[in-house]
Each structure stands twice: as C-alpha cells, then as structure tokens.
Design a protein around this ligand. Structure first.
Ligand SMILES: Cc1cc2nc3c(=O)[nH]c(=O)nc-3n(C[C@H](O)[C@H](O)[C@H](O)COP(=O)(O)OP(=O)(O)OC[C@H]3O[C@@H](n4cnc5c(N)ncnc54)[C@H](O)[C@@H]3O)c2cc1C
Length: 417
C-alpha cells in the first residue's frame, strides 16, 4: 500500500481523487500552486459588485452521476438545487418568442412524442435525425453527422452543444456531443434536471472537500507549485517545488491533476490538447424580478444563459474568444441590454463584473480530442487526472470528477497488486 499519495492541483479532479483516497485510508498531501482551491470552479469576493461571485456560472445536470456522487461524498448534494422537473424556459431575442421545454421526469425521452412539451415548431422526425450522434466516433464532426439548421437545432441542439463543447457545434467532435446526448437528452428528464450551486461553487463543491480532507488527516499546501518531477527509472522519485523538494518513496504515488499546459511542461513528451476556448461571464448586482427562473436559455442574442441568484443576475457566453478584446464597459453594456430584454427588467447598468476565462476549456474538436492522454503514464507511481484527459466527455465537472475517481482507483489498484 502506498504510504503517501501526493495530489498536484486542487481543482475538482484533484479534490475528487484526494477525497476518494483519503476516505480509503491513505495519507493524502495536496499541493496547489495558487492560494485558493477550486481551479476553474471557484468563488471569490468581488469588490465591483460587493458580492461573492463564481468565476463562471456552472450548471450540472441530474445525470452527472459522478459529480453528484462527489457532492454526496463531501456532504453537499442537497446544496445543488434545481426545479423538481427538467423544465427549461427559453426566449428568442430576435423574435421575442418564449417557450418552455418540458423534459418531464422519466427515464426515457418520452417528451419528444408530445407536441406540447417539445421545442415549438419541431416534429418527431427532427429528433430522430439526431440519432447518428449517439453512435458517432470521436473523429467525426458534429456538422457532418446531424443537420445543423432548422428550429430544433437553433432552439435546443445549438445551445446545448455550445454549452457542453464550448465550440461552435458544427466544428465539435460528434463523439463528445454524442456522449452528452446519451447521458442527458436520451436518458430522459430524470437525467436532465438543472442543478446549481446556489450558495456558490466554493461553498458547495470546494471548501467542504477541503474540510473533509483536513478532518481525515490530509495535508493541504497552498502556494506550493510543482516545478519539476524527478524520475528514477520507471517511477517518480522526487517532487521539486522551488524552495523545497519531497522524496517519493517506492510505495508513494502521485496524481498530477493540473491543466494541460503545466502537465506538458512537467512531463516532457506528454501529448495534450493545445488549443483552448474562452468562456465569458457577466455578473450584475440586481435583484431578480419575482418569479425569475433560476436559469433561462437565450437564443438570438449575445447572451446564451441567464442565471438568477439572490441579489445577482448572471450571464454565460461560451466560445467567447471573439469577446476577449472588446472593451469591458462596452461588453457590459451590450450584455445588460440582452439581460433587460430576456429577463424583463429595466434600468441603468447596475454594478457589474466581467470574468473572461481565456482557457476555460480545451477545444472539443476531433483534432484536440485525439490529443487527450489516458490516466496511466510511463511511470508506475504517476497518474493523470483533469477534464482534458481522455474521459470521453468534453471539459466538464462530470468529466473532471470521473478523471479524479479513475486516477484514485488506479492508486487503489496498486494496493492489491
Ligand atoms: C467560466 C467557466 C464555466 C464553466 N461552466 C461549466 C458548467 O456549466 N458545467 C460544467 O460541468 N463545467 C463547466 N466548466 C468546466 C469546469 O469548470 C472544469 O471542467 C473543471 O473545473 C476542471 O477541473 P480540473 O481539476 O480538471 O482542472 P482545474 O480546475 O484547472 O484545476 C487544476 C489546478 O491545478 C493547479 N495547478 C496548476 N499548475 C500547478 C502546479 N504546477 N503545481 C500545483 N498546482 C498546479 C491550478 O492552480 C488549479 O487549481 C466551466 C469552466 C469555466 C472556466
């Protein structure tokens, strides 16, 4: 049994591996480069809005089984909140049309047979035309697999796949899109309930994990960036952090759960995705109007999803590279105009914050997907985790947790070997 497992990177993947291993009785040491855990999934106090905000609005679905099991393991599943049924209100800003997509609460996608519940102006045949996605290979393009036009595409498939893949859907990997469709739409409303960390990402998904780890005796070190992995033949022998170094015993293990760029620097020769896409989030200090839905799908505008939190309206725009260089004030004004139309609110631009995560996710194209490595490395005590490793899913919390669980399971398997 390894004496100590070192987890490098305290994002969701590192934390899920750490929690699993600490619960299995391992001594866990977590090393995080920054002063805060959470990585791309974190909250912080923002002085512009005078609120604690998330770096980005994160949506989970009830079919994200690994993510929910992770939340359960840290005692916060009940703090992922959403409507009882998988209902999604939508608005088209170009026409003003509003509709409710009602996926129900079944294990089967029965809603596609009910005209009143499906996307307006669509037929059963439109849904059947999506089936080739379900068995498409990862090397195929979405644009070469399903029709990327028409009402169903514009009003449901495009928003869903854009949010999941973070690329314009036709250029995305059909295999990754198919995984999303299989695990959500095809799994019925039961798998599609939207869930939000209402109290904030850190409060629900990060801090409780850190607390649990500490309670289980784990050592968590912030500002502790791994600079070099020194190897001895077929294993990692030392971790170098700049000011200090830690010897890795023959029975110790290392889980490297950092983003692709640092991973490739630490492990020369490692193939990783090298192209990324931005996600833009805007947060407005504004009380949502009574009855505002927690999440509203928006098509035909700049805004894609509008979230209502206590004291705050918040917006997500995926595939946001085109907005990276736009002056911040101009962008905030443009987004606020869409928020007013979509959310039925009025008023001058309230206190706001724009968060542009440049490398929010790897590009979920066939080309970049082919560069994702599995968890096993050339070194027998080193395992990889992260949303960019070969999880079969795009870069999501669910993929991230799966990768952490998988790396932890490989460490656990060494015990019995
Ligand atoms: C704006 C935005 C919106 C998103 N929306 C959604 C959503 O709605 N639903 C969803 O499921 N997913 C969403 N995602 C994706 C989700 O956030 C990620 O998939 C997930 O957080 C990735 O976790 P990770 O552990 O794989 O990587 P990271 O979060 O990147 O964690 C890696 C950690 O390693 C640390 N690190 C780096 N180098 C070193 C080093 N040398 N030594 C020590 N530590 C190091 C980093 O500081 C970081 O803490 C979104 C992402 C963003 C950015």
């Amino acid at each position: 049994m390894p004496n100590i497992v070192h987890i490098i990177g305290a994002g969701i993947s590192g934390l899920s591996a750490a929690v699993r291993l600490a619960s299995a009785g391992y001594e866990v040491h977590v090393h995080e480069a920054t002063q805060q855990a959470g990585g791309r999934c974190r909250s912080y106090f923002d002085s512009a809005t005078n609120l604690t905000i998330d770096n980005g609005n994160h949506l989970l679905l009830s079919g994200n089984h690994h993510a929910l099991a992770y939340a359960r393991s840290i005692g916060t599943e009940a703090r992922l909140v959403g409507p009882k049924r998988a209902q999604f209100p939508f608005v088209d800003l170009s026409t003003g049309q509003r509709w409710h997509l009602d996926l129900g609460d079944s294990r089967l996608p029965l809603w596609v047979f009910d005209e009143a519940r499906r996307v307006p102006d669509t037929t059963l045949l439109d849904y059947l035309a999506l089936m080739p996605l379900v068995w498409a290979g990862p090397e195929k393009l979405v644009g070469k697999t399903i029709p990327c036009k028409g009402n169903l595409y514009q009003r449901l498939v495009q928003p869903l796949l854009l949010a999941a893949l973070n690329v314009d859907p036709p250029e995305g990997s059909a295999g990754l899109a198919g995984a999303i469709v299989r695990e959500t739409l095809l799994a019925g409303g039961l798998a599609c309930r939207p869930l939000i960390a209402r109290d904030g990402l850190s409060a629900v998904l990060i801090e409780p994990a850190i607390e649990l780890l500490k309670k289980n005796g784990a050592r968590i070190r912030f500002g502790h960036e791994l600079r070099e992995l020194a190897t001895l033949a077929d294993r990692v022998g030392e971790l170098k952090f700049g000011d200090d170094a830690i010897a890795i015993g023959p029975n110790d293990a290392v889980v490297l759960s950092v983003p692709p760029r640092p991973a490739a620097t630490l492990l020369p020769g490692l193939k990783t995705p090298a192209k990324f896409r931005a996600i833009v989030n805007a947060h407005f200090r504004f009380d949502p109007p009574p009855g505002a839905p927690p999440i509203l799908g928006v098509v035909g505008g700049l805004v894609e999803w509008l979230f209502a939190f206590p004291q705050r309206l918040s917006v997500t725009i995926s595939n946001g590279d085109r907005l990276i260089d736009m002056p911040r004030e101009e962008l905030a004004q443009a987004i606020w105009r869409d928020v007013c139309k979509a959310g039925g609110v009025q008023g001058e631009l309230p206190p706001w914050q724009i968060v542009r995560e440049r490398r929010a996710t790897f590009e979920a194209t066939p080309e970049q997907n082919a560069l994702r490595p599995g968890p096993v490395t050339a070194f027998k005590n080193l395992f990889l985790a992260g949303d960019w490793t070969a999880t079969g899913l795009p870069a999501t919390i669910e993929g991230s947790v799966r990768s952490g669980d998988r790396a932890a399971d490989l460490v656990l398997a060494r015990r019995s070997a």
